[in-house]
Write a protein that binds this ligand. Structure first.
Ligand code: ACO
Length: 395
């Protein structure tokens, strides 16, 4: 029997999280996501995920403060060691005057996820364990890459800050407000871990070959990138932009569905009801709005637009596919939240990775602890060579 998409196939036992698709419930290490996001910092979430799984040799990371210190130190080390890479690959210096015979046009900037993979592939961890380095490195590379393509120099990490606050600081070149850092921190917690999603499965497959943490994380980034997984929030923002100021959102959405296109930010393989993370993030947008009094653009207006589009999209999907419940997923309010934080939409997937890396690395350790090579089968349905006739058999 073949199972397209591996629906319903259990490939691992895990202590990390449970995704209940019927109840719309996400439990991470025994606690509901609604309890965690906005209450515990990303460093505490990461500590919980690594607890009991990360190798003891990687040092004692038994408090959130210890994790924060280790990540801060690793961010600084990554930044210091990445100088040549940042200059050569990210900063893309202005082309010197070319001799007339130069055959090569200037290289366009790398797409952000390529730049992130390149950064991680260049790491030579020394003095810190791979999972700490991978987790610390993502915000460093994403911020440096984004500044480079805006023609700005990279900003060195502040090892004393948490990942969220330091990422916004490195990206902007100035500290974020407490409310903004708290909103991004809650986002990183919300997306840190989510069962056997496509990128986590990818990480576990790679780990099962004993390739180690960094190759598993780099491979997981590839799986995360696609629009059916972590690549959705940028297109969600494109949809909101397309519908801004229009009074016929429903007609636009119907036309998208009729053209065979998917509405980004809706639907999920496991959830048959609303993804609980959608409300967690919507709440963060509302908190940010209350705290910033719309300091960064018209956040109240953008939230109102998102609510209208969400309502209309759910109605359009219900009419289009009455036999299947398609509801809002995490990516819809991710787009609103990250946009409100002034993060460019082309970076949304990379920022997702900055949170999910905690889950990926925990799954790598869990896989390594009870490892068996993950190697399913395929059923061959292609042409076969003609069978050789036994000698003497009639033609
Ligand atoms: N818009 C339109 N149609 C949809 C949508 C959608 N958002 N979601 C599902 N459908 C349709 C599918 O096209 C499929 O139709 P078909 O049978 O004619 O091919 C049918 O509903 C069945 O859907 P499911 O079995 O629920 O879909 P599946 O589990 O394969 O896909 C997925 C889940 C990939 C997330 C899908 O809902 C989708 O493409 N959504 C839009 C992209 C998106 O938001 N991705 C982010 C997901 S969250 C995350 O990964 C972090």
């Amino acid at each position: 029997m073949t199972v397209g998409g591996l629906d319903g196939v259990v490939v691992a036992e895990t202590v990390l999280s449970e995704v209940d698709g019927e109840a719309g419930r996400l439990v991470v290490r025994g606690r509901r996501i609604e309890e965690l996001a906005g209450s515990v910092p990303f460093e505490e979430m990461t500590r919980c995920l690594w607890e009991g799984l990360a190798p003891a040799a990687s040092g004692s990371l038994d408090t959130a403060a210890a994790v924060q210190a280790a990540l801060g130190k690793a961010r600084a080390a990554v930044f210091a060691g990445a100088g040549p890479l940042l200059r050569a690959a990210f900063e893309i210096p202005p082309e010197p005057p070319q001799p007339p015979l130069s055959p090569l046009p200037p290289l366009p900037p790398l797409p952000p996820m390529n730049a992130l993979r390149l950064g991680l592939a260049s790491l030579r961890p020394a003095g810190a364990a791979d999972h700490v380095v991978a987790t610390a490195a993502i915000p460093v590379f994403v911020a440096a890459f984004d500044r480079a393509r805006r023609g700005l120099p990279a900003v060195a990490p502040d090892a004393a800050l948490g990942q969220a606050a330091d990422f916004l600081r490195m990206l902007r070149g100035e500290p974020a407000s407490g409310a903004e850092a708290a909103a991004l921190d809650a986002y990183l917690v919300t997306v840190a871990e989510h069962g056997m999603n496509a990128s986590t499965f990818t990480a576990r497959v790679v780990a099962s070959t004993r390739a180690g943490v960094l190759p598993a994380v780099i491979a997981a980034l590839g799986a995360l990138e696609g629009p059916l997984h972590g690549g959705a929030p940028g297109p969600v923002l494109d949809m909101l932009d397309a519908l801004r100021g229009r009074h016929d959102a429903r007609r636009w959405l119907d036309a998208e569905l009729a053209a065979g296109r998917r509405l980004m930010g809706f639907g999920h393989r496991i959830y048959r009801v609303r993804d609980p993370r959608a409300d967690v993030l919507k709440e963060q947008v509302a908190r940010l709005r209350a705290a910033t009094r719309d300091g960064r653009g018209d956040l109240a207006g953008r939230l109102a637009l998102a609510e209208v589009v969400e309502r209309e999209a759910l109605a359009a999907l219900a009419d289009f596919r009455p036999q299947r419940r398609i509801d809002t997923n995490v990516e819809f309010y991710t787009a609103v939240l990250l946009d409100a934080l002034g993060i460019d939409r082309s970076l949304f997937t990379a920022v997702f990775a900055a949170g999910r890396v905690a889950g990926w690395t925990a799954h790598v350790f869990e896989q390594e602890r009870a490892n068996r090579l993950i190697r399913p089968q395929s059923r061959y349905v292609g042409p076969r060579p003609a069978l050789a006739r036994p000698a003497g058999a009639p033609a």
